[in-house]
Write a protein that binds this ligand. Structure first.
Ligand code: BGP
Length: 470
């Protein structure tokens, strides 16, 4: 075991008392047991059956880290690496295999996970939707169909009733913009459509589902909090030229404010509403919807931050025959000299996390928030395993530290940040990328029956949590 000599007096970046240290996962990415104990299929199980070649190395969601069968071992490891909190998602299709009738064994499983976490002094943070639409509901049109909003509300109510006595931190969605982008604009999630109008309808229904679940939660009077988790990609213009500034503002409205504003303020951003109206893409709504959204805003916010978005004004007129897209209003821009993660093609810009927090403080009433995902994916990480079997991931420790410095600065300046969760606890299957990029504090050796071993970053995380800083 690696011991970090992190003496209390040498802590330079100390975080507020009670700071939440932990990590996040999602059901489809870790559970496995895709058809065990009555679980129904979700869109990932189905899409993989249809098109296995779309998945890295042809590996599908059945080959995950086996959390369903090994959760006690994993929770023990969480404890060992200093977690005081942990976010997971509930698999909707494990709870409601056909989208409508309940599976008692699904309830049993999550009860056991929650109890085991609490037994180990780890607070469960529970998310209701992480990209995994039950197949039977997708057959009805998924989020494009308003009836699915009702099914989701039933599912949410069941979860609150079954688990709400012990779970006090709830989230309606993780990164709701991603299924919109992946499923209806850019072809990286099922159902792989490219249809801007449908994308808008899907986004609207997801937002409505979030407000509806919040309403139900509040009516139950359970003494917990409910929020949403958004992937915020701060939008930076290429220059201060008004055309670049305007392009960046529109990108921000599409990709950040579309969910951020209604979730926190109860209102959609005017810039976006105007574009949708002008272009004829206003979604179908019913009377009372906007009131419901306005009256059921979040108690707190989870922020997933990986990389910024760099934007410039459009250089060419969009092709009039091409499908309508957000990119009709801006172009992406590669900033010269930007810092890259050498092991995965994403920009690293640590200050982005600070800019997000300051924006929340200045423009969103300094809402209570925490970093709900941030992390470094590494392709081919096995090559960093030393002769004792430990992955020497110093790059990950540095990545976390550099981001935490900015979080610390934001807190010093009054931002209302309560915690930091890393993506992720252990290496896991990730959507079409399958096992390509490893993110865990704990490695999962797929060649050895998913054997777990704590990485150097895991031991470091323990010292981080114990010292409440570094
Ligand atoms: C976030 C998702 C996670 C996870 C992570 C890493 O957007 O919430 O589910 O996938 O990104 O992404 P990837 O594995 O594609 O590098």
């Amino acid at each position: 075991m690696i011991a970090f000599n992190n003496r209390k007096e040498s802590i330079q970046f100390r975080f507020p008392k009670g700071f939440w240290w932990g990590s996040a996962v999602s059901a489809t990415q870790i559970e496995g047991a895709a058809d065990k104990d009555g679980k129904g299929k979700n869109i990932w199980d189905y899409w993989y059956e249809q098109e296995p070649n779309r998945f890295f190395n042809g590996v599908g969601p059945e080959k995950t880290s086996q959390f369903y069968d090994r959760f006690r071992e994993d929770i023990q490891l969480m404890k060992e690496i200093g977690h005081n909190s942990f976010r997971f998602s509930i698999s909707w299709s494990r709870m409601f295999p056909d989208g409508k009738s309940i599976n008692r064994k699904g309830i049993d499983f999550y009860n056991q996970v929650i109890d085991e976490l609490i037994l180990h002094g780890i607070e469960p943070f529970v998310n209701l939707y992480h990209f995994d639409m039950p197949l039977e509901l997708q057959k009805m049109g998924g989020w494009a169909n308003r009836e699915v909003v009702n099914a989701y509300v039933q599912y949410a109510k069941t979860c609150f009733a079954q688990f709400g006595d012990r779970v006090k931190k709830w989230f309606t969605h993780n990164e709701p913009i991603v299924p919109v982008e992946g499923g209806y604009l850019y072809d990286f999630h099922y159902p792989n459509e490219v249809d801007f109008g449908k994308a808008v309808q899907v986004a609207y229904h997801m937002m409505l589902s979030s407000a509806s679940a919040i309403k139900e939660y509040k009516e139950l009077g359970q003494d917990g909090k409910i929020g949403i988790i958004l992937n915020l990609t701060p939008s930076y213009p290429r220059s201060h030229h008004p055309a670049d500034l305007q392009a960046s503002k529109i990108a921000d409205a599409f990709f950040n404010r579309s969910f951020l504003d209604p979730s926190i303020t109860g209102e959609f951003p005017q810039e976006l509403v105007q574009i949708l109206d002008e272009e004829g893409y206003r979604p179908e709504m019913e009377d009372g919807d906007l009131d419901r959204i306005e009256q059921n805003t979040v108690d707190f916010l989870g922020i997933n931050y990986y990389q910024p978005r760099r934007v410039k004004a459009k250089e060419y007129m969009p092709n009039p025959d091409a499908p309508f897209m957000p990119e009709c209003f801006f172009d992406h821009y590669v900033m010269p000299g930007r810092k890259m993660n050498p092991y995965r093609g994403w920009e690293i810009y640590e200050k982005g996390i600070y800019d997000i927090l300051i924006n929340l403080k200045e423009n969103y009433g300094n809402i209570e928030c925490f970093i709900s995902e941030n992390g470094m994916g590494v392709e081919g990480e096995e090559r960093f395993r030393d002769k004792n079997g430990t992955i020497q991931d110093d790059y990950r420790i540095e990545f976390i530290q550099e981001h935490l410095k900015w979080v610390h600065k934001a807190i010093q300046e009054g931002c209302n940040v309560k915690g930091y969760h890393l993506w992720t606890f252990m290496d896991n299957w990730s959507w079409t990328n399958a096992y390509k990029n490893r993110y865990g504090l704990v490695s999962v050796n797929l060649d050895k029956d998913s054997e777990r071993s704590i990485k150097k970053s895991g031991y470091w995380f323990k010292s981080l949590s114990e010292n409440n800083g570094f």
